[in-house]
Design a protein. Structure first.
Length: 358
């Protein structure tokens, strides 16, 4: 079983329940003298405690993506080797369908030479009668740090939240793509560095993989990105840095838009990969950005959204910027989920709707 899989968590819950039931039923039925019965009872209590702790630890790990696999937890894998070598190359990657309707694969990118997981969900309209030649817009969802692609499903109510909005006519039916944003476990704020080409992973390898295997719209008008926290920083950065790939980005509670010295220590590299610097360089780019936060979020204060909007306007207004500040909410999926209708509705105005292939 996968460490972050739902089946593993449910198995632990069942084992915990059985341990508690066994302790209740067997407490007064243990044979033998008292000096033997009491150690057995202490052992049963310890087993109940241990299984309960395991359930809690597994839930926390799944929620925050602290460890992505058993090798990651046990320290038995070579991070550098795993990130650069493991997994089939792009052309031979195969998707496995899950019970939740998603498809996932683990592959090695031809451009970045990094390897990681990618989860894809296609909307019901993708499989509707008569849609065999229809191509769909793609929305890449970027998780935070720490985190994993499954965080969007386990905590973010995706793809259910999108499907609800589609049924209401408030959003396009998107193909959702959930990639790892730091394959190999090293966070670079979705940037290329001398040793890790994470931007190439996200803007070349993952789009190539998805376009090969699914009916996607061609060109940047059919591709957008939405992220939370660190993923939101990336969602503001990547359309500015690669307007030929993404036409729009929605950033929900982004990390500091000037960059994080703790992630990229080189000040020049950090500046050149920051949305605040990039927006001043894209005077004529056909790019739209939606930035949202809450008035109570200390990690993503409203002041930085205001500063970004001013920088975009000073650059000549080539980049379309829309902001949203909710009156209350923390740095969590409860707040971000409340932003979905605004963000996904806006993305549906920036990106093309599904269309028949030409």
């Amino acid at each position: 079983m996968e460490l972050t899989g739902t089946s593993f968590l449910f198995t632990l819950i069942a084992v915990t329940a059985l341990a508690m039931l066994a302790a209740l039923l067997l407490w007064n039925r243990i044979p033998g003298p008292g000096w033997l019965r009491w150690p057995v009872r202490v052992g049963m209590l310890a087993l109940c405690q241990l299984t309960a702790i395991a359930v809690t630890a597994t839930w926390i790990n799944g929620s925050y993506g602290l460890y992505a696999s058993w090798d990651d937890l046990l320290g038995t894998g070579d991070v550098q080797a795993a990130s650069t070598m493991t997994g089939p190359p792009l052309g031979r990657a195969r998707f496995t369908r899950g019970s939740d309707g998603t498809q996932s694969t683990y592959f090695r990118g031809a451009h970045s030479k990094l390897a990681g997981q990618v989860i894809v969900w296609t909307p019901p309209e993708y499989r509707a009668p008569g849609a065999q030649k229809t191509r769909f817009p793609v929305l890449m969802l970027l998780h935070g740090y720490p985190g994993s692609p499954r965080t969007w499903m386990d905590l973010g109510n995706m793809p259910g939240a999108l499907d609800d909005l589609v049924q209401l006519g408030a959003a396009h039916p998107f193909i959702l793509v959930l990639p790892e944003i730091y394959p190999g476990g090293v966070n670079t704020d979705c940037s290329n560095t001398p040793t890790r080409k994470v931007a190439d992973w996200l803007v070349r390898d993952v789009p190539d993989l998805v376009a090969r295997n699914f009916r996607t719209l061609r060109g940047p008008k059919g591709w957008g990105v939405m992220g939370v926290s660190t993923g939101a920083f990336c969602a503001a950065k990547l359309p500015l840095q690669y307007p030929g790939v993404f036409r729009a980005g929605a950033a929900l509670d982004p990390d500091p838009l000037t960059g994080d010295p703790g992630v990229l220590a080189d000040p020049v590299l950090r500046e050149r990969n920051s949305p605040m610097w990039l927006v001043g360089q894209r005077k004529k780019a056909d790019v739209g950005l939606f930035l949202a936060t809450s008035a109570q979020d200390r990690d993503s204060p409203p002041q930085q959204l205001e500063a970004f909007s001013r920088a975009a306007a000073a650059a000549g207004g080539g980049v379309r910027v829309k902001t949203l500040v909710r009156p209350a909410g923390g740095h969590n999926f409860q707040t971000w989920s409340a932003m979905y209708p605004n963000a996904l509705g806006w993305l549906s105005t920036e990106l093309s709707p599904p269309a028949g292939s030409r």
